[in-house]
Ligand binder design. Structure first.
Ligand code: HEM
Ligand code: HEM
Length: 123
């Protein structure tokens, strides 16, 4: 696998481990209040990052570009504080909302960079 594509997979595995632990905890405790954290750790972490890694493996010119590195760090710097802030919000700390707003926008930017990167450097 392309070295730069594999970093997406390694990060995805880290989110998967945490998300599944949280899922089992939720099931065992019958406390599903953090469901959205579990869902988005799985979907923005495990699933999206795996897909991006595989897509960059298929489009190595895009995957090895500087833009892919910028996108990797934007996504992975934003997602952990977004999930932490969401957990606080779901537990009642409304003060966490601005953090979720800002980090969501960073992830949105990262997704647009991904789309543009693959479209421009797909050859
Ligand atoms: C051992 C593995 C897992 C356990 C024990 C687990 C457990 C749970 C639990 C207890 C809920 C809350 C259900 C509810 O309140 O209605 C939930 C929701 C959810 N889980 Fe998991 N989960 C696991 C793996 C996964 C994986 C791998 C994914 C995605 C790739 C995933 C995606 C979701 C989603 C999207 C929801 C929200 C569903 C909805 O909107 O009703 N889970 N999970
Ligand atoms: C920056 C990116 C994202 C933001 C800001 C976001 C935001 C949200 C919001 C506000 C909800 C409603 C939560 C509620 O009603 O309590 C939600 C639910 C959901 N989203 Fe996302 N989402 C994002 C990315 C994604 C992605 C990439 C996926 C799938 C690949 C996804 C799948 C889901 C699912 C399955 C639910 C229902 C389960 C839940 O309530 O947590 N989301 N999302």
């Amino acid at each position: 696998m392309q070295a730069k594509a594999s970093r997406w997979i390694f990060a995805a595995i880290a989110y998967f481990l945490i998300a599944v632990c949280l899922g089992v905890f939720m099931g065992a405790s019958h406390d599903h209040s953090l469901m959205s954290v579990h869902a988005h750790l799985n979907l923005l972490g495990w699933v999206s990052l795996t897909l991006i890694g595989v897509i960059y493996h298929l489009f190595p010119r895009a995957g090895e570009s500087r833009l892919a590195t910028v996108q990797f760090w934007l996504h992975n710097v934003a997602l952990p504080p977004m999930m932490l802030a969401l957990a606080f919000l779901l537990k009642g700390s409304t003060g966490a909302e601005p953090v979720i707003g800002i980090t969501s926008i960073v992830i949105l930017v990262s997704v647009f960079l991904f789309a543009g990167n693959v479209l421009v450097k797909r050859a």
